[in-house]
Design a binder for this molecule. Structure first.
Ligand SMILES: [Zn+2]
Length: 129
């Protein structure tokens, strides 16, 4: 499911299931319901910024709850903030702990890169380059 589809399902859920939903408004805050507000185009920028919905309405739909949790988690994991001492591999983008400061690749990718380099060297030697 794309973010757009998730958002659509969330809006439908709010309209149908939220006890505080009243014709586009929220009975709790007396404001426009966050979830159906077209100003929020994605779940990452405030569309589901409603505690009541997250705690009481969304969990009723297990499937959607999972999708939202995953989408939000993925969004966070995507940010370039790494724990202290870690780097992001330039090949596979996974965080790793470098064993020396100029290390650019994680262990798995570094081994692959070395093998490739060795192969290239052998090729060059064989062809007298
Ligand atoms: Zn890697």
């Amino acid at each position: 499911m794309t973010d757009k589809q998730i958002l659509k399902s969330i809006k439908a859920l709010a309209r149908g299931e939220c006890a505080n939903y009243d014709r586009g408004n929220c009975l709790l805050t007396d404001r426009r319901c966050h979830l159906v507000n077209p100003n929020y185009e994605s779940i990452h920028d405030g569309a589901i910024d409603c505690d009541y919905f997250l705690e009481c309405v969304l969990p009723a739909d297990w499937n959607l709850n999972d999708l939202v949790a995953y989408a939000l988690w993925y969004d966070e994991a995507d940010e370039d903030i790494l724990p202290h001492g870690m780097k992001r591999c330039e090949i596979c983008q996974h965080p790793f702990v470098p064993t020396h400061p100029r290390q650019k690749y994680c262990k798995g990718c570094a081994e692959g890169a070395n093998r490739r380099k060795t192969r290239e060297r052998m090729y060059e030697q064989r062809h007298g380059l």
